[in-house]
Design a protein around this ligand. Structure first.
Ligand code: SF4
Ligand code: FE
Length: 496
């Protein structure tokens, strides 16, 4: 692992020259710009934990390719234990940062592409798997951060990639040269894009024969010629100037992952960095595996965030003198119950993990979809309860400027104080933290990150094995059962 800690990761970003825009201006240094630096610090925590003795077991792994000690974020899951350690690591990181630390998207991309490249080679003898392993060893040994780039803009969603009026609505190959291909298009909502080293481009949906040029998986350095990023706005991002450390809510870390548009304007990708090119029938499997891995995460990272939120609200009730109320305890209990339920799903889909023929372990896809589906509800309910307990002053608090004003500061302190002995600044700080953790941008991520709720419902229905359940009912009643077609699935059947 070349990059051994957070400081070395941050330093490594300074040596790159990605083309990044924010509010119409170029960002020269993502590690220092107030819009991006909080996200850099959150991702740096993934490096920091690997350097701390007490967290090394979770934050590092042994590469099955080289035997070297590597960051777990660059590891290919070799067993159920790896899947469970990932869940524990993500919860821990959620607790330490209170936000998205971004590195899981590339992690899940690595795991999905690994098993699918193997599958393509098995069928076509294409040689992608060896190339991918070579690239992966480089990522592992250098300890690089990879942004998993899947979501295309999609244009008119009633039409497929090849039927769009603008063919660039999905990333596609526009030219083939001897040494590689040229790609064009864009990926949206790219978590951690501006502070990654490499982009792992993957198709966003299952493709048909007409869309061969869109079935492309490849790795692109973030500062490759033709790559441009546009960093997204987040709620209250103008508060991030140095004087507003309280008002920003989480002074060190962002309110959510830090997302960017990544545009590819005729980017050349050399052959050795291409891991799928035209094998359309494998695109569905790739998307599904990636999505399942990422959906499995949400009961872990978001539970870490909810741990912080529950703690913040609980402390606020102490500061405000309401902690002993029976309804307060009941609401805290409900928050805890909901967040631990989500964690249970993440653990469960990992415990039910299964080996793909490549050796890489997959989570149970049904349970992973259930996990993410529940996040789109429970995280909102936890946030609702947090706001209920916190009180309306979260929305009406004067600014830090007023708190520190010579003219009116004494009034803010006087009328925003609570239980004697606790400085009013603490109440205000906690309130701002709750505001940041329950506000628009943070919760939208829980709704749509790793796929919108409807995407999970489609998969849950598909995996319900309805006929099997019908047969169970019939067999209890002695009604003749329909024979099921024999399944050639790689996934082991569930005990039922
Ligand atoms: Fe990781 Fe969670 Fe952020 Fe996704 S939302 S990148 S799983 S921390
Ligand atoms: Fe996400």
């Amino acid at each position: 692992m070349k990059l051994r800690n957070g400081a070395e990761y941050i330093e490594s970003l300074r040596k790159l020259h990605p083309r990044i825009y924010y509010k119409g201006k170029r960002i020269e240094d993502v590690t220092r710009h107030p819009a991006t630096a909080p996200h850099v610090r959150a991702a740096a925590m993934t490096y920091a934990l690997a350097s701390r003795k007490e967290h090394r077991d979770l934050a590092t792994a042994t590469s099955h390719l080289t035997g070297h000690t590597i960051s777990r974020f660059t590891h290919v899951h070799q067993n159920v234990e790896d899947l469970i350690k990932k869940v524990k690591l993500l919860r821990l990181l959620g607790q330490k940062t209170g936000t998205c630390f971004q590195r899981c998207v590339g992690f899940d991309g690595i795991n999905a592409v690994y098993s699918v490249a193997y599958k393509i080679d098995e069928k076509y003898g294409t040689g992608y798997f060896e190339k991918f392993k070579k690239w992966l060893v480089h990522i592992q040994d250098e300890n690089l951060m990879v942004v998993g780039a899947m979501t295309d803009p999609k244009g008119d969603r009633s039409k497929g990639p090849a039927e769009q009026a603008d063919p660039d609505q999905y990333v596609h190959v526009v030219e083939r040269r001897d040494g590689g291909v040229v790609i064009r298009g864009a990926k949206l909502h790219m978590t951690g894009g501006v502070n990654s080293h490499e982009i792992l481009v993957m198709p966003t949906t299952a493709m048909d024969e007409k869309s061969k040029d869109y079935a492309v998986v490849c790795a692109v350095p973030v500062d490759a010629p033709g790559v441009t990023m546009i960093f997204g706005r987040q709620a209250s991002d103008d508060r991030r100037d140095k004087k507003e450390r309280i008002d920003v809510g989480k002074p060190s870390f962002g309110s959510v992952g830090g997302e960017a548009v990544i545009a590819f304007e005729d980017v050349f990708v050399p052959k050795e960095r291409i891991f799928m090119d035209g094998e359309v029938e494998m695109t569905g499997t790739l998307v599904y595996r990636f999505a399942a891995h990422h959906r499995a995460n949400y009961g872990a990272c978001k539970t870490g965030l909810m741990d912080v939120l529950i703690g913040a609200v609980s402390y606020l009730t102490e500061v405000q003198g309401t902690a002993k109320g029976a309804h307060v305890r009941d609401k805290i209990t409900e928050m805890s119950h909901l967040s631990e339920t989500l964690y249970s799903s993440s653990i469960a889909c990992s415990a039910e993990g299964w080996p793909t023929p490549s050796g890489a372990f997959m989570v149970d896809t049904m349970l992973a979809n259930v996990c993410k589906q529940n996040v789109t509800r429970f995280h909102f309910e936890v946030a609702r309860l947090a706001l209920d307990l916190a009180g309306g002053f979260i929305a009406t608090l004067p600014s830090q400027y007023d708190l520190e004003s010579e003219d009116v500061g004494h009034l803010v302190k006087k009328y925003f104080s609570g239980v004697a002995g606790i400085p009013p600044e603490e109440r205000i700080k906690i309130a701002r933290l709750i505001e940041a953790m329950t506000g628009g941008t943070a919760l939208v991520e829980s709704m749509h990150g790793a796929g919108s709720p409807q995407a999970q419902r489609i998969m849950i229905y598909r995996e319900t094995e309805l006929q099997k359940k019908v047969n169970l009912a019939k067999s209890l009643l002695g009604i003749p059962q329909k024979k099921r077609a024999s399944s050639k699935k790689e996934k082991p059947p569930k005990a039922q």
